[in-house]
Design a protein around this ligand. Sequence first.
Ligand code: HEC
Length: 102
Amino acid sequence: MRRLPLLALLLPLQAQAAAELEHADPVLGKTLHDKACISCHQRMYGGDGSRIYTRDGRVLSDKTELLQRVAACNAQMNTGWFPDEEAHVARYLDQQYYQFKQ
Ligand code: HEC
């Protein structure tokens, strides 16, 4: 099997994440997020919990990782969200906190 350069594998993934977020609805995302995602973050960071998204040393660096993180927390929670609902939440978090360029 021929080996593809790593970049050739990563770029389409990033483009895909960006496209998914572009079509997602951040207002719906906020509603979903506020219902299912605040309790733990709040326990860890106090306030409304949003400091987990803005803290020093936060772990995410682009939209692909944001989507993956939302999917991972979602799986852990058993919210039963569909991928498009995960995208709504990721879009909301991106607009509100991360503002990733890619
Ligand atoms: C069971 C507790 C818990 C719940 C509920 C939870 N999370 Fe998390 N979340 C965590 C923990 C713990 C971390 C920190 C992980 C780390 O530091 O790597 C985290 C980190 C994150 C981050 C990365 C923050 C950053 O930039 O460093 C995102 C994004 C996130 N959660 C999204 C969500 C979403 C979306 C939901 C709702 C589906 C959710 N979380 C529900 C425990 C939870």
